[in-house]
Structures are given as structure tokens and as C-alpha cells.
Design a protein around this ligand. Structure first.
Ligand SMILES: Nc1ncnc2c1ncn2[C@@H]1O[C@H](COP(=O)(O)OP(=O)(O)OP(=O)(O)O)[C@@H](O)[C@H]1O
Length: 341
């Protein structure tokens, strides 16, 4: 089956001459039908440009963008409108019409698409029920919380039954609890309605909570893409490693290490937990064999796609050769860093 969205060697430069800014360069990616695909990058990495290429609000300078197998790079405006009809969009600042009620906002795209009032009303009620805001139908945006406004924005984006939903920093203006609610809603849209979702974000926590696969953008280039669990277990690019560190327990910082040193006289090692290896099993076997005592002094694990990921820092106490043997046993299954004394 061909991908629902595909970029082949896509480049986009704004301006020309000495003012030229290369927003994207040599982008190859594919989004499969039915998945939640995240694009993560820092500010200015090119995320918004990438989204705008999917719904053809920008045109690529080089390469091709395919949506549903159709090359959209050279399509005339009339055909592009057709493609855009199959794509819903959710924005960071919700972009609701302030002069219309929740009902009016959700009904708007249906009106534009020529639905008659009776069908419109039925569809809006169905959507408001789906996002849990049927009781707020006659409220204006200013009478709704940020999370409620975003749920209305999502209902509006879904009104005409798009196959693809683009969410550009859809939770960046929300507090953590509301972010969770909106991500849960996006998850339901994917699993219950079968909508393919592309999430643009600068937060690795969003990727962790919702995405099947992730692409990492750095200064206009794709530096990594893969299944979220694989990328978390083995981030290849330095940018990705920094993103992963923002959500998974890491080795202690220098200040934390200084405090640990003051309290723990034994040798300190940090072991990576993640993927296939079973650190706990190796640890228990090695502890039985080598006379070493241990204490977990820092770090932790997080669950992701059914696996545990993180880093644990252990204080190991015993004869040097026993501790060395235990570290060697651990190194056979995972990355282990001994923290300098
Ligand atoms: N219309 C434009 N004209 C000129 N430069 C632009 C234009 N749009 C984007 N750029 C530049 O392209 C680069 C990528 O911008 P883009 O908005 O895609 O990044 P982003 O990752 O979405 O950043 P942010 O998270 O801050 O929105 C930036 O250097 C930006 O200044």
C-alpha cells in the first residue's frame, strides 16, 4: 500500500540572494494511512513549513509532495482545493471565529461546503457530542476555557470528514492537564474514526503520549525518523538525544552528582533501561554471584508502548573486583556509565 502522505527530496527556500532562508532541505518522509505521525523540532526548524506543504499552502521548490498518491506540487488551485477538503487542520491559538458560537464555528465549514441546514445541524450535534461539548453549543469562544476552545477547533476540523488531520502545536497553549485531555481526544479520533494524524510539536512528551512514529527536524533537515519506541530506545542524532532527555529520567546533573557523592561513599554507575534488555534480571543474577550491595540513588523509568525506558543510577558497594565484574555483566546488556569519583 502506498503512503497517505509522502515527501520525496522536498526543499523550500524563502526569499532569494543574500536574504534566502532555507526552511527545508532534502526531506524524505512517508506517513502511512491510519497512523499518528509526529514531527518534532525546535523553533525555526521548519515544522510549520512542512505542514503548509502538506495542505499546499506553500509549494515546494524542489522534490515532490504526494497526498493520497497524487503529486500535489504542480496541481492547479482548483484541484488543490479538492485535496485540502480531505485535510483538517488544528492550530495552536485555536483560530475560532469570536463572533460565532461553538455551534456556529463547527457549522461554518459545512456551510461553505454547501450542506443544507438540517444535515448541518445533525452533523454539528454529532461532532459536539464526540468532543464532549454538546452542552456548550451556544457558548461563544470567550465563554470557553482554552481546552474547550481547542476541542471546538478539533470538531470544526473534522466536520467534513477529512481523512487527514494536521495538528500544528495544538496543545502548546494549554496547561498539562488540558493537554492530556486534548491528546486523548486526538487518540480517539485516530482509533475510533480512523483519521490519520500528523502532529507538529516541540515537546517530546506529546510525541511520547500519542505518536506511533516520529520524525525529528533540525535546521530544515530530517535528522531521524522511526517508530517512537525505537527512537526513544536508541536515539541516533544528538538533537534527538536532547529531546529524549527532556522526558526520560537521565543520569544525574553535576549538581545532583555532587549531592549524591556527599551521601553515598560507594561507586556510582548509571545504567540505561530500554528496549529488549532486562537490566533487573541481569542485576539480580550478578548480585547473587558477586558480593556487591546496591542502592538505587537516582533516575527512574517511564512506560512507553509497553516497554520501560529510562536511566537508573546505582550505588555499588563491595570489593573492587566484585563491583568490576558486576559492571561488566551489566555492560553486556546495556549502556553503563561509571560516574567519576
Ligand atoms: N514566509 C516566510 N518568509 C521568509 N522566511 C520564512 C517564511 N516562513 C518561514 N520562514 C523561515 O523558515 C524557517 C522555518 O520556519 P518554520 O516556521 O517552518 O519553523 P517552525 O519549526 O515551525 O518554527 P516555530 O515553531 O517557531 O513556528 C525559519 O527560519 C523561518 O524564519
Amino acid at each position: 500500500m502506498s503512503p497517505l502522505i509522502e515527501f520525496r527530496g522536498v526543499g523550500k527556500t524563502f526569499g532569494s540572494g543574500s536574504r534566502a532562508v532555507t526552511a527545508l532541505e532534502g526531506i524524505d518522509l512517508s506517513v502511512e494511512s491510519g497512523e499518528v505521525f509526529a514531527v518534532i523540532g525546535h523553533s525555526g526548524a521548519g515544522k510549520s513549513t512542512l505542514v503548509r506543504l502538506i495542505n499546499a499552502l506553500e509549494r515546494a521548490d524542489s522534490g515532490t509532495v504526494l497526498v493520497g498518491g497524487t503529486d500535489i506540487t504542480g496541481l492547479p488551485e482548483r484541484r488543490l482545493r479538492q485535496v485540502r477538503r480531505g485535510i483538517g487542520m488544528v492550530f495552536q491559538q485555536f483560530n475560532l471565529l469570536r463572533s460565532r458560537t461553538a455551534f456556529g464555528n463547527v457549522a461554518y465549514p459545512l456551510k461553505v461546503a454547501g450542506w443544507n441546514p438540517a444535515r448541518r445541524e445533525e452533523r454539528v450535534a454529532e461532532l459536539l457530542r464526540f468532543v464532549g461539548l454538546l452542552d456548550k453549543a451556544w457558548h461563544y469562544p470567550d465563554q470557553l476555557s482554552g481546552g474547550q476552545q481547542q476541542r471546538i477547533g478539533i470538531a470544526r476540523a473534522l466536520a467534513t470528514n477529512p481523512e487527514i488531520l494536521l495538528a500544528d502545536e495544538a496543545t502548546s497553549a494549554l496547561d498539562p492537564e488540558t493537554t492530556g485531555e486534548v491528546l486523548d481526544l486526538l487518540g480517539r479520533i485516530n482509533t475510533e474514526l480512523g483519521v490519520t494524524i500528523v502532529v507538529i510539536t516541540h515537546e517530546m512528551d506529546v510525541v511520547r503520549r500519542i505518536a506511533d512514529r516520529v520524525a525529528v527536524l533540525d535546521a530544515g533537515r530530517l535528522v531521524e525518523q522511526g517508530r517512537v519506541a525505537d527512537v526513544f530506545a536508541n536515539p541516533a542524532a544528538e538533537t534527538t538525544r536532547r529531546f529524549v532527555r527532556t522526558v526520560l529520567p537521565d543520569r544525574p546533573s553535576d549538581a545532583e552528582l555532587a549531592r549524591l557523592r556527599a551521601r553515598n561513599p560507594g561507586r556510582l554507575v548509571t545504567a540505561r533501561i530500554g528496549g529488549e534488555q532486562r537490566v533487573g534480571a541481569v542485576l539480580s543474577a550478578a548480585l547473587a554471584e558477586h558480593r556487591v550491595r546496591f542502592e538505587v540513588v537516582h533516575g527512574g523509568v517511564e512506560e512507553l508502548g509497553g516497554d520501560a525506558f529510562g536511566r537508573l543510577t546505582l550505588e555499588l558497594a563491595g570489593a573492587d573486583e566484585d563491583v568490576d565484574a558486576l559492571i561488566a555483566a551489566l555492560r553486556a546488556v546495556t549502556d553503563v556509565e561509571e560516574l567519576a569519583a
